[in-house]
Design a protein around this ligand. Structure first.
Ligand code: XIL
Length: 885
């Protein structure tokens, strides 16, 4: 979502015969700094002032015809990479100033139903080299002009501050770029506005301390980037009151504590422990043994290759640990004794300690030395990427078990929890906490942050309201779970890795300079929705729901139309979850169809629909927004309530996103689907969104139970005979053999899948499970089509050797078996249906995928439905599975 609240600057659009005109320019808005917005650049290509250049191989030209206003625009074509496009090297944008860069864009070739165009900025920045920042972007339905905007603050730099503003499509690596990704597009009505300076960041001192909300269940901590924050003169100081556990982000690591042999530096740790004692806070000590931020001398010595010998290393470790732990005896609640000693594949990390010692003995010794120095301190083994089940998690668990079996004093398993909006699911993290607690150790979340990026490959972007809300709800779901696990005695402490988004380490990791927004307090130091969702949900902005509308291939004239059977109902409920009804949506070229069921039988009620054709979420309604009223007296009575069909006149395009809300009205009593404040007549800020989409691929599952244990794998249960094989024809990546197919069945507790894979050469050489010959099943039990995995979503993966791995879902009751068959292999899986009550007619999001490996790497992916290769985190492109009798 690139569209923001346009305070003062209202880009109103009027639809005239499908072409949209920018009819209002800009007005000034006094910011808190008292400044004004000033337009510094404007180009509508009618009397073109020049300056735009091709980026990469693209060709650009001013053309007549397609235009957002007037009759000319800039045409960008002949691109051979996704980041090719049109660029303008501005020298007029000044360091330290913030600009809003806005434009209208359109594509109209046959490459796809919708394409994404981004506004980006490139600049040489001191200390970072050339940076590329995606400041805004959106999906454009074919043939429609779409408004894009983003903000950029020009950094202060000693370099010539030339800022290249450019238009490109969504980044894809060369191997993954398809010809359709190199579509041509048009740009028009570019406006760059200088924004008044923001007031300096200032901490809110009158809001409740966050830790108090969890005090009954667990202490809540934060990492301080450095001990300077403890000083009342630091602007971070007044945020410390939100936490009752403190840890130094860097100040007690090996390089900080003992930079040269025998020279111990106590200043930072002492400052922390003194502050904590005076202010009644707990302290975590981070960390005694790590492979990073270790001074060079620690590993140097007389051994082979100039490495320390085992004796030398042990001597140094023992001295370091005993001196440091001894110095802080009685002042540290928990010590991270060893940090990150497990590798991705579950083996011991090949770090210097392991190279010198050759076994886990160095870990055991570290714990023993620490325990000798402070027998009352809790001793923790801490690691990352163990938050969901994986080979690494297995290795972590096995190591703890081994240490405990050997009598090593390990008291705490630390889960770092550097996570993101889509990974892991709350259920996966809960399972991890329980698995670790079952070992008999305490469990702590030690370095929590929730990145807005799913991986290092995501390009930098600015934050928008929708993402902030998504993050808030993720935090809320996590902390609800933490509270439950703490009450069960499974979780002991939660610590976040930083105070504000300003100083978070994620601004530079894993990508230097890629600004992130992972914490409770923002770049302005103010409490984010992630804070308010815990403290006072009534102060939370309303969450924006996003659903799909299915395209109908004929006019829908009644609620009995069979097309409705392939559309999932969406609940109409208030904030507290009280239900008032449900609705379904479809669309065609002339209408949006809604079937609304009101549980209240009051036929004097009304249903009002609110439509914002461009999905602008604005404080003032655009001229294009409209609402329509239908009377429930026209409804048919169905079940306990009334069901109404509405055909709302509307011209839509495939993949367009439309602002949408509906409201049940009974006199003064209003029940809205999205805007609980019922301000729809004034603002579209709280409308939900519908995506106009095609009907996805559909298949049907017969009812029947398959017994995966009764007979040998070679004898298929005759129950399978009732299911029709479904061919898998979608080639998502690389090459896979034709002919693979699957069958699917269901009963009251399981979904069963039998996949027969054509693959003459079987390969499980890679240690990465999805790079082995495997079959995956994706299930979205409530067909919610969400951008992130919810509790009902799961991905189940089984190799031809019957090794299973999971992402979400319920692995505890999962069953599978496999067999090698002529020309390939066969996989049978039983996946628990735990989030729905399965019944004939139910709709589930569903897909089956084959990962084909060759020479130890994935060489092809074949799917039944979804070719995006994003199914592991995004359920919106799954196919549809209909349960039948
Ligand atoms: C990070 C600090 O926050 C950064 O300031 C520093 O540059 C690198 O280390 N896992 C850990 C922490 O255990 O020590 C790391 O802290 C973040 C990842």
């Amino acid at each position: 979502m690139s569209k923001r609240i346009l305070a003062g600057f209202i880009a109103a659009a009027a639809a005239v015969g499908g072409i949209f005109f920018l009819i209002a320019g800009c007005a000034s808005a006094g910011g808190a700094g008292g400044g004004k917005e000033v337009v510094v650049y404007q180009e509508n290509f009618e009397s073109y002032g020049g300056g735009w250049r091709p980026r990469g191989d693209a060709s650009i030209s001013v053309v007549s015809g397609p235009a957002n206003s007037g009759d000319k625009s800039l045409y960008v074509t002949n691109r051979s990479k996704t980041h090719h496009g049109a660029i303008y090297p501005f020298t007029a944008l000044k360091p330290g100033q913030t600009y809003r860069i806005a434009a209208w864009v359109m594509f109209n070739d046959d490459s796809a139903a919708a394409q994404t165009v981004n506004i980006s900025v490139q600049q040489v920045v001191e200390g970072q080299g050339e940076v590329y920042i995606n400041i805004g972007g959106d999906r454009l339905p074919k043939g429609e002009w779409i408004y894009l905007e983003g903000e950029y603050t020009v950094p202060r730099s000693r370099y010539e501050s030339e800022v290249g503003v450019y238009f490109e499509s969504q980044y894809k690596s060369d191997e993954n770029t398809l010809p359709s990704d190199l579509f041509s597009f048009y740009v028009d009505d570019i406006v760059i506005t200088r924004l008044p300076p923001l007031p300096p960041p200032e901490v809110e001192t009158d809001i409740p301390a966050l830790y108090e909300f969890f005090a009954k269940d667990f202490p809540l901590g934060a990492a301080l980037e450095n001990a300077g924050y403890l000083s009342p003169s630091s602007n971070y100081h007044s945020l410390i009151r939100h936490f009752n556990v403190l840890v130094l982000g860097n100040g007690m690591k090996q390089d900080a504590m003992q930079p040269s042999e025998g020279r111990f530096v106590w200043s930072q740790g002492d400052a922390l422990t003194d502050f904590a004692a005076k202010n009644n806070k707990l302290v975590r000590g981070h960390t005694l043994v790590w492979h990073q931020q270790v001074p060079g001398w620690f590993f140097q010595g007389s051994g082979p290759g100039g490495l320390a010998s085992k004796e030398q290393l042990y001597g140094r470790m023992e001295k370091h640990i005993k001196t440091v732990v001894g110095h802080y005896k009685g002042k540290i609640n928990t010590w991270d004794v060893v940090n990150e000693v497990i590798d991705e594949d579950g083996s011991l990390r090949d770090n210097r300690y392991h190279q010198i010692v050759g076994s886990h003995e160095y870990i055991a010794n570290a714990f023993r030395w620490a325990h000798e120095a402070d027998p009352d301190a809790l001793l923790c083994i801490n690691d990352f990427s163990i938050e969901a089940s994986s080979a690494k998690q297995d290795g972590f668990v096995n190591l703890i078990q081994t240490l405990l079996d050997e009598g090593v004093p390990v008291h705490v398993a630390g889960i770092q929890a550097h996570i993101n909006l889509s990974w892991p699911t709350v259920a996966d993290l809960r399972n991890t906490i329980r698995r670790l607690a079952a070992l008999g150790v305490k469990v702590q979340i030690t370095e929590l942050d929730v990145s807005i990026y799913a991986s290092g490959a995501d390009s930098r972007r600015s934050i928008d309201r929708e993402t902030l809300l998504e993050q808030a709800f993720k935090y809320r779901a996590l902390f609800d779970m933490f509270r439950e696990e703490a009450r069960e005695g499974n979780l002991d402490m939660v610590v976040v890795w930083g105070l504000t988004d300003i100083e978070s380490w994620l601004n530079n990791y894993p990508v230097r300079g890629r600004t992130d927004y992972p914490l409770f307090f923002g770049k302005d130091m103010k409490a984010k929705p992630a804070y308010w969702v815990m403290v006072d949900p009534s102060r939370m902005p309303i969450q924006l729901k996003r659903i799909d509308a299915t395209r109908a291939d004929h006019r829908i004239t009644n609620i009995q139309d069979a097309a409705w059977n392939l559309v999932s109902p969406r609940v109409i409920a208030d904030k507290q979850g009280n239900r008032y009804g449900w609705f379904k949506v479809m669309w065609d070229d002339n209408s949006i169809y809604a079937m609304v069921h009101a549980e209240n039988r009051d036929a004097s009620g009304k249903v009002r629909f609110f439509i914002e054709p461009r999905n602008q979420k604005t404080e003032e309604l655009s001229d294009a927004a409209f609402n329509r009223e239908y009377s429930l007296s026209d409804a048919v009575s169905a079940g306990q309530g009334l069901t109404l069909l509405a055909a709302i006149p509307f011209e839509g395009k495939l993949e367009a996103r439309v602002g949408f809300d509906l409201r049940l009205e009974y006199g003064d009593t209003l029940r809205s689907w999205n805007d609980f404040d019922n301000t729809q007549e004034k603002a579209s800020l709280n409308y939900g969104t519908i995506n106009l989409r095609n009907l996805p691929r559909v298949t049907y599952a017969k009812r029947g139970t398959v017994d995966l244990s009764a007979r040998a794998a070679r004898d298929l249960d005759p129950a399978w005979n009732a299911a029709t094989p479904v061919p898998m024809t979608v080639q998502t990546m690389g090459y896979t053999e034709e002919g693979s197919r699957f069958r699917v069945m269901w009963d009251s507790s399981y979904l069963y899948v039998l996949a027969e894979v054509v693959d003459p050469v079987l390969d499980a050489r890679s240690t990465i499970v999805h790079e082995q010959d495997t079959v995956e099943v994706f299930i979205d039990q409530n067909n919610g089509k969400t951008k992130i995995y919810e509790q009902d979503d799961g991905q189940y993966r089984v190799s031809f050797r019957n090794a299973a791995s999971f992402n979400g879902g319920d692995s505890s009751r999962f069953k599978s078996r496999t067999m090698i068959i002529p020309g390939g292999y066969r996989v049978e899986m039983a996946m628990p249906l735990y989030a729905i009550t399965p019944a004939a007619g139910a709709l589930l999001g569903f897909d089956v995928q084959i990962n084909d490996a060759a020479n130890g790497a994935r060489s092809g992916i074949r799917n039944w439905a979804n070719d995006t290769n994003m199914g592991y985190q995004d359920t919106s492109d799954f196919g549809l599975l209909v349960l039948t009798q």
